[in-house]
Every structure is written in structure tokens, then in C-alpha cells.
Design a protein around this ligand. Structure first.
Ligand code: NAD
Ligand code: WQD
Length: 334
């Protein structure tokens, strides 16, 4: 299929482009590079031997998206483009609502206009709020936690409303848990700007000596060792899930959790990282981070039964690949 990938130069998008190209699909990336680098396109080509088409364009621009869709007449879209920093979304909510909602509206509108029937959307486990774990797709969406999370919940509802009156449309809402790791080549991965907010990139920067020590945000949660529990998933597993979701898309709305189904605490992840890479990570326990929940992990039965997808890579591979990327490529990437 010919697929437009918005945000395809970003962390999850770049890995998905690799899997799409490996699967024989044609890829057209639309990215304004607000949180990524042009170099990523070269690296995707280096890994796959296929060069994706690339437009440096803003997905909120109707003019740009319309032109790209009329030129290429894609058969499907994966919409990754969006801003994703939870803390920043509290500081500049309007930028988050504008970018994340408007880009989704513009891309969806152009799907209807150009007869593109497959729309895969990057959603997040954050939409479950403080529901009881494991999170199941049939649960009601949880209470809003921050403007970023709210943009995902609003987009899910918007896509659902639009699908209801456009029966040819296949909308797939993929709720990611905690994506970590990198492609095994070490050429693409996650390289956040500034001090990382997320645990794995923080760990790799402590390992590199860029940051002094890890702060563990709270050890008084009702979890086995008191630290927060999350469902870490290797980004290549996640990317493979997108290809299947796109290929198996059916008219209507389909929602899938993409996680491993297994919860890992902060201290367990630190230990796995140390073991996998034969390193020591200094850490101190500090106060809880505002807005964090105790536990977050997926019920993964639906993706297994209906998509035939399960996450295959374990914590050791996640830790090894994240560290390989940090050493090899780090800041030169997305
Ligand atoms: P990322 O920032 O690495 O990738 C997003 C890409 O979108 C970037 O390359 C950025 O330049 C681009 N972009 C942003 N706004 C754009 C716009 N208006 N027009 C064109 N391009 C634009 O982030 P990621 O981690 O790869 O996340 C991809 C998607 O998955 C996002 O929608 C994010 O909210 C969602 N998601 C991420 C996580 C996570 O933990 N990484 C978890 C759940 C959901
Ligand atoms: C994981 C665990 C922290 C950093 C976020 C977003 C979520 C989704 C994925 C997009 C928690 C602890 C972290 C540190 C720590 N993104 N931690 N020290 O918060 O589960 O999810 O990314 O949709 O919406 O909220 O991920 O990696 O920040 O934290 O102790 O320096 O590590 O408290 O328990 P989180 P994370």
C-alpha cells in the first residue's frame, strides 16, 4: 500500500517507516521537524535500502496536506504527528490543543476528501486515567490528567464520531503503553531535546555520564517495591503492530492496546538496564512526581486475538538497544 506517515521522522514514526518499507509498502513522510531531524530520513534509507518520500510540511496546513494527498493518492494514513511532552502541555496548553487537534482534523478531512479509507491514530494509555489495571479497551476513558492526555481523548472521540457517519472509513486507535528501545542497528532511536522526562532516555544519559544520577520518583506506591509500575514495550514491536493494524484494518472503529501486558517497576527497569549493559546506575529516591499513577499496564488479549500481534522483545533487548543508540547516535537523531 501507499501510506502517508505524518510525524514519520519522529521516534515511533521512524521505526514504523522501517517496518512498512520492509513489508513492501510505499512510504510518504510528512513532518515539520519540530521534534526531529532530516538526517532520520537518510537513516531509514540506510537501514532498509529504500528511500521514503519526504515532505517537510506541517500537518495542520490544509493546503500542504491536500497537495500531498492529491499528488500521491495514498491508500492509508498513520498519524503520528503531535506534541507529546506532558509537563510542557500544562505550561502551554493552547499549543498542544492547536497542534494535536488541528493536525488530526486536517488529515482526517483530507482522508474524506481524497477517499483514503484507512486511518491509524497514535493514542496513549494515558486515556485510561486511573482505571483499574490491567487496562482493557472496553473501559470508559478515565478522568483527564493533563492537556496532552486530553488531546488524545478528544481525538479518539472525534475520530469515532466521524467514522460513525462514514461507514467506508476504517479508524484504528492504537493505545501505546511505554515505548522504549531503538532499532538494533543503533541508527534510529529516541533522543529528546534537553533533560529527558521519560525514564529510559534518562537512564541512558546517566549511563553516558551526561546526567549525574537518576531520581526515582517515589517509593511509597502500593506496588511490590513501592516504585511506579509501567508496561515498557520495545519500539520495534510497536512498529510491527502498526503494520498489522494497517493491513488488517476493517471499516468502523477498532481500538487496540499495544503493550506487553507485563508491569515493571522503576527499580526493576534500572536493574534490567544494569544487567543488560554491565553498568551501574546511581540513583536516589525522591518525592513522587505530580500526576503520576502507581500502575499502568495493558490487557493485550485483543491485539493478540484480532491482529495476531504480540510483543516479542524483552527488557534486556529494550535496555541494550536503547544504550546502543545512545552511544552510537544519540543527539544526532530524532
Ligand atoms: P516524536 O516527537 O519523536 O514524533 C512526533 C513527530 O511529529 C516529530 O518528528 C515531529 O517533528 C512531528 N510533528 C509534530 N507536530 C507536527 C505537525 N504539526 N506537522 C508535522 N509534523 C509534526 O514523538 P513519538 O514518541 O514518536 O510519538 C509519536 C506519536 O505517538 C505522538 O502522537 C505521541 O503523542 C504518541 N505517543 C507517544 C508515546 C511515547 O511515549 N513516545 C506514547 C503514547 C503515544
Ligand atoms: C515511567 C516511570 C515515573 C523519570 C509518559 C506519559 C504518557 C506516555 C508515555 C505519551 C514512572 C518514573 C521517570 C525519572 C522516575 N506518553 N520515573 N524518574 O509517566 O509512565 O508516561 O510517557 O503518550 O502519557 O505520561 O513514563 O518514562 O516518564 O515514567 O522515577 O526521571 O518512571 O515516576 O513511574 P510515564 P515515564
Amino acid at each position: 500500500m501507499r501510506i502517508v506517515v505524518t510525524g514519520g521522522a519522529g521516534y515511533i514514526g521512524s521505526h514504523t517507516c522501517v517496518e512498512l518499507l520492509n513489508g513492501g509498502h510505499e512510504v510518504i513522510i510528512v513532518d515539520n521537524l519540530v521534534n526531529s531531524h532530516r538526517e532520520v530520513i537518510e537513516r531509514i534509507a540506510q537501514i532498509t535500502g529504500e528511500r521514503p518520500l519526504f515532505y517537510e510540511a506541517d500537518a495542520t496546513s490544509d493546503l500542504a496536506v491536500d497537495l500531498i494527498f492529491s499528488t500521491h493518492q495514498p491508500e492509508g494514513v498513520i498519524h503520528f504527528a503531535g506534541l507529546k511532552a506532558v509537563g510542557e502541555s500544562v505550561q502551554v496548553p493552547l499549543a498542544y490543543y492547536r497542534n494535536n487537534l488541528l493536525s488530526t482534523m486536517v488529515v482526517l478531512d483530507n482522508c474524506l476528501k481524497h477517499g483514503v479509507d484507512r486511518f491509524v491514530f497514535s493514542s496513549s494509555a494515558t486515556v485510561y486515567g486511573e482505571n483499574q489495571v490491567p487496562f482493557v479497551e472496553t473501559m470508559e476513558l478515565g478522568h483527564r490528567t493533563n492537556p496532552y492526555g486530553e488531546t488524545k481523548a478528544i481525538c479518539e472521540r472525534m475520530l469515532t464520531d466521524v467514522a460513525e457517519v462514514n461507514p467506508q472509513l476504517a479508524v484504528t486507535l492504537l493505545r501505546y503503553f511505554n515505548p522504549v528501545g531503538a532499532h538494533e542497528s543503533g541508527l534510529i532511536g529516541e533522543a529528546p531535546q534537553g533533560v529527558p522526562n521519560n525514564l529510559m532516555p534518562y537512564l541512558t544519559q546517566v549511563a553516558k555520564g551526561v546526567l549525574g544520577e537518576l531520581q526515582v520518583f517515589g517509593n511509597d506506591y502500593p506496588t511490590p517495591d513501592g516504585t511506579g509500575v509501567r508496561d515498557y514495550i520495545h519500539v520495534v514491536d510497536l512498529a510491527e503492530g502498526h503494520v498489522l493494524a494497517l493491513e488488517r484494518a476493517e471499516p468502523g472503529v477498532s481500538i487496540y492496546n499495544l503493550g506487553t501486558g507485563k508491569g515493571t517497576s522503576v527499580l526493576e527497569l534500572v536493574e534490567a538496564f544494569e544487567k543488560a549493559n554491565n553498568l551501574k546506575i546511581p540513583y536516589t529516591i525522591t518525592a513522587r512526581r505530580a500526576g503520576d499513577i502507581a500502575e499502568c499496564y495493558a490487557d493485550v488479549r485483543k491485539a493478540r486475538e484480532q491482529l495476531g500481534w504480540t510483543a516479542k522483545r524483552d527488557l534486556t533487548e529494550m535496555a541494550r538497544d536503547a544504550w546502543r543508540f545512545e552511544q552510537q547516535t544519540g543527539k544526532n537523531n530524532s
